[in-house]
Design a binder for this molecule. Structure first.
Ligand SMILES: Cc1cc2nc3c(=O)[nH]c(=O)nc-3n(C[C@H](O)[C@H](O)[C@H](O)COP(=O)(O)O)c2cc1C
Length: 398
């Protein structure tokens, strides 16, 4: 067995007689990941009005844990801050009263053998419609955004620019929610800074037109990410995993470019408060699924690994300051092995394939290494989750 220790105390155990590099154990501090195959977050809209996780429908994540996956995040939990919830069915971890319901989730994930991670998100300007409907002011990086998608008119977001005091409250709220996640037995948190999240908005000059030290150059636009991660490490300690899902490039005209996202990953990782970075899309145009993280019809090898270039560049730029996850259209195990063996990423991750085959990792471990059955038709999203129904593949019976 070969042992590699990097400056972050992330220990990689290389077991030479393993069938596949994908099934190697990796240790980060005291936490052991049983293999290199993660799940990418899938919202399942399973929250009660109060924000507890609703267990009345079966939760697919538990089958995925039983199925051999090493690390499972919740879907986005947006109510870690009072103005972060983007709809009335999003789970919230905004008070200690929610801890028992979240603890049940983490404990069930652990029973299956995976690590449980809480994905923390904030809707920012994209939560405007729901926040206005409950009489709240949404929270946005700027008074004005260049991108007027989703019908957010200028007058709707006036007076929504976060003041410096509100920024510090927000940072503190992320830290407090991480403490609750730790009390609820989660192994760590994932900060959602991709897609339409507040942190994605904050990093993009389409939404962030600030001229103070929270806007402007790349370093200032990712200062909020750095401060949140620092707060979480300070409040939860070194052993509690911090994962960042980072949007590298916007798919909207005039938005963030890949060079800026890669530079941000290096700045954030160099602070030493991020254990793992998962690479994804920045702001996306949801009228064109090809511009989102859920690209459709991944039915040939050349369409797979659509964030390979960004992930490789992040990995070589941040060196050993954090471990890196490649996700986005990964379906074929031999391709995933090549990616890890080439040092392009430390881990791989999938979302839609688990919805079709929750036991896919155990299938591969047992020797049946044929590619994922998922056709990336996105009906799990359009026909289920986006309609407020539970996470499910339309090809599966129950
Ligand atoms: C039904 C569904 C719900 C999703 N919910 C989230 C979410 O809550 N947070 C997040 O970061 N990404 C979410 N995603 C995006 C996935 O995490 C992932 O980035 C994307 O599906 C690409 O991976 P894949 O090709 O393996 O599916 C969701 C995707 C799907 C299909």
């Amino acid at each position: 067995m070969q042992v590699i220790l990097n400056p972050q105390n992330q220990l990689i155990l290389k077991v030479n007689n393993m069938k596949s590099i994908l099934f190697e154990k990796v240790r980060i501090g005291k936490t052991v990941l049983k293999n290199r195959i993660f799940m990418s977050a899938a919202a399942s809209y399973n929250g009660t009005t109060e924000g507890d996780i609703d267990y009345s429908d079966p939760i697919l994540h538990f089958d995925i844990s039983n199925g051999g996956c090493a690390l499972i995040p919740t879907g986005g939990v947006s109510g870690i801050h009072p103005r972060g919830r983007s709809n009335a069915t999003r789970p919230m971890l905004n008070s200690d009263e929610r801890i028992p319901s979240f603890k049940k989730f983490a404990d069930k994930i652990h029973k299956g053998g995976a690590l449980a991670i809480l994905q923390m998100t904030h809707g920012g300007a994209c939560a405007a419609a729901y926040q206005f409907s409950i009489g709240n002011r949404p929270l946005s990086p700027s008074f004005y955004m260049k991108n007027q998608k989703k019908g957010f008119k200028k007058e709707n977001i006036e007076n929504c620019q976060a003041s410096e005091q509100e920024i510090f409250e927000l940072i503190s709220a992320f830290g407090d929610a991480a403490v609750r996640a730790k009390k609820a037995n989660f192994d760590g948190i994932q900060i959602h800074a991709a897609h339409d999240s507040l942190l994605s908005q904050w990093f993009s000059t389409l939404y962030n037109l600030r001229t103070d030290s929270w806007g402007g150059n790349v370093k200032n636009r990712c200062r909020l990410h750095c401060e949140i991660l620092k707060e979480i490490k300070n409040k939860t300690g070194n052993e509690f995993l911090t994962v960042l899902k980072l949007g590298i490039e916007d798919s909207l005209p005039g938005g963030t470019k890949a060079e800026e996202g890669i530079e941000a990953s290096a700045i954030i990782a160099s602070q030493g408060n991020t254990d793992i970075i998962e690479i994804s899309q920045g702001l996306q145009d949801i009228t064109d699924m090809n511009s989102t993280s859920m690209k459709p019809n991944i039915n040939s090898l050349d369409k797979e690994a659509y964030y390979r270039d960004w992930t490789k560049r992040v990995k070589s730029r941040i060196k050993h300051n954090a471990l890196v996850v490649m996700q986005g259209g990964l379906r074929t195990p031999s391709l995933m092995e090549e990616i890890i063996e080439n040092g392009e990423a430390d881990f791989v991750s999938m979302c839609r394939p688990y919805i079709r085959e929750p036991g896919i990792v155990n299938r591969w471990i047992s020797g049946n290494m044929s590619k994922a059955a998922c056709t990336s038709c996105n009906q799990c999203a359009f026909n289920h989750v986006f309609k407020g129904m539970r996470l499910k593949c339309i090809f599966n019976k129950d």
